[in-house]
Write a protein that binds this ligand. Structure first.
Ligand SMILES: Cc1cc2nc3c(=O)[nH]c(=O)nc-3n(C[C@H](O)[C@H](O)[C@H](O)COP(=O)(O)OP(=O)(O)OC[C@H]3O[C@@H](n4cnc5c(N)ncnc54)[C@H](O)[C@@H]3O)c2cc1C
Length: 424
């Protein structure tokens, strides 16, 4: 079962999968059927390993089937914080991985022929206050360090694309793109099965024994395996206390409009996705060839009702596009992102043959695509690229105090964003 989201309502593949019944044996059991779990399953299955995925609800029930669909380089953690922790060389190597993640996701769409992922090119990353020097410096650094090109946009260039006075500067990223994330994910699931993998839905792992042989128990069955991988994101429960303590579940929100192509065309003239560079940013994109608008933003540590937050998202939308006042909201929903205290993904080995791949925060499309590859390489002894993530271990995230700090930090960043704009 899926929550009522735009993606669930427009998914192209109606397949449902059975729950695990009785005993099963496999090489690698993966707990969690989101992007992290299925990307890892795909990479291992391609190398000939027998994989079994346990998903407590339906494939893509979590953040992976509810997100903004924007695929662009970077981690949820800012590059300055990464550099401060690991130094410039490793920070650059990590950033290179995020670019590779974008390319890998694109190549999955191409090689697996997933037109229903509806990839659309382009991302505008825009600024609401008057400062451009650092944007030029950032574009130059990306060109120099990664051969990655951003195009600077001034206000008139932005207004050719967007009928609003809110944005003053921006960077256009023509290599980024946006997709229907649930259709993409479900195609990955189909490919895992084509390669011989097994996927069970409605099969929460509710108990485990992680001795030399791993055994995962579900309400009506159990899987034994050589290896276990935990990929439970913001939906991580108490099964592995150490993992639960290391991940904070943070809620964020989206809404989709009713069809209104003429009205939307008066505001948004680009098919590229748009986001602003505030720490508490809005992001949005037209879907169905300009028929509807998908709009996301806001973060809370206690899941608010999507309806209440839809009013908040709508206020944010009208602040940028007052001309969209007649636009009606069709649906709103929330999803949980997993965040580590250090804001970086956690990818590593908890004990022999017990691995974790989690905490991708609000930047999970490209990062799961490369993390699954890097984890598979580590398991198969093909590379040690996973060592780049060693400084970002399963640090205690602070429990309820960590959540309170996260909420206060968000409010303080919101206030700083507001203050910077007021000075313009
Ligand atoms: C509203 C929203 C918008 C976002 N927008 C973007 C965006 O535009 N671009 C971007 O890059 N990222 C975005 N993100 C972030 C991105 O979606 C996530 O980082 C990514 O999907 C995380 O994938 P995951 O597999 O780690 O977690 P999830 O997709 O949450 O998957 C975890 C799965 O584990 C299952 N599970 C948990 N416990 C068990 C158990 N015991 N047994 C079996 N199964 C279990 C859950 O049911 C769930 O399906 C957004 C997130 C949200 C919520």
């Amino acid at each position: 079962m899926y929550p009522a989201t735009y993606y669930a309502q427009t998914r192209s593949d109606p397949t449902t999968r059975p729950a695990l019944q009785g005993a099963a044996d496999t090489n690698t059991v993966i707990v969690g059927g989101g992007l992290a779990g299925l990307t890892t399953a795909l990479e291992l299955a391609r190398e000939g390993l027998a994989v079994t995925v346990l998903e407590s609800q339906s494939i893509g029930f979590g953040a992976s089937g509810r997100n903004g669909g924007i695929v662009s380089p970077a981690f949820a953690c800012g590059s300055d914080a990464i550099t401060a922790r690991v130094g410039p060389d490793k920070a650059r190597a990590l950033h290179r991985l995020t670019i590779e993640g974008v390319q890998r996701l694109r190549s999955h769409i191409q090689t697996l022929n997933i037109p229903q992922a509806e990839p659309v090119a382009g991302l505008l990353n825009l600024r609401r206050f008057d400062q451009a020097s650092d944007l030029h410096a950032e574009a130059e650094a990306f060109e120099r360090d990664f051969g990655y090109t951003f195009t600077y946009l001034d206000r008139p260039a932005i207004q050719e694309r967007l009928q609003t006075t809110r944005y003053l500067h921006g960077l256009e990223d023509p290599q980024a793109f946006h997709i229907h994330p649930l259709n993409y994910l479900r195609a990955l699931a189909a490919e895992v099965e084509r390669l011989g993998g097994k996927i069970y839905e409605q099969s929460p792992a509710i108990g485990c024994h992680l001795g030399p042989q791993k055994c995962l128990r579900t309400p009506n069955g159990q899987v034994t395996a050589k290896r276990a991988i935990f990929a439970t994101g913001g939906y991580t429960g108490p099964l592995i206390p150490r993992l639960k303590c290391a991940v904070l579940p943070i809620a964020t929100y989206m809404m989709v409009s009713k069809p209104a192509p003429e009205l939307l065309a008066k505001a948004i003239k680009t098919r590229a996705a748009v986001l602003d560079d505030r720490r508490a940013s809005d992001y949005y994109r037209l879907v169905e060839n300009g028929q509807r608008l998908l709009w996301g933003g806001r973060i809370t540590t206690r899941a608010g009702s999507p309806q209440a937050v839809a009013a908040d998202l709508r206020r944010a939308m009208l602040d940028v596009y007052p001309q969209l006042a007649p636009l009606q909201t069709d649906l709103a929903w929330s999803g949980l992102m997993g965040y580590a205290r250090h804001l970086m993904p956690q990818i590593g080995q908890m004990q022999p043959d017990v691995w974790h791949i989690t905490a991708f925060g609000g930047h999970g499309l490209n990062t799961t695509a490369i993390a699954g590859k890097v984890l598979a390489e580590a398991i198969l002894g093909q590379s040690n690229r996973i060592d780049l993530f060693a400084p970002f271990g399963l640090a205690y995230a602070g429990g309820p105090i960590g959540l309170a700090i996260a909420q206060l930090t968000y409010w303080s960043l919101q206030a700083q964003d507001h203050w910077r704009e007021r000075r313009r």
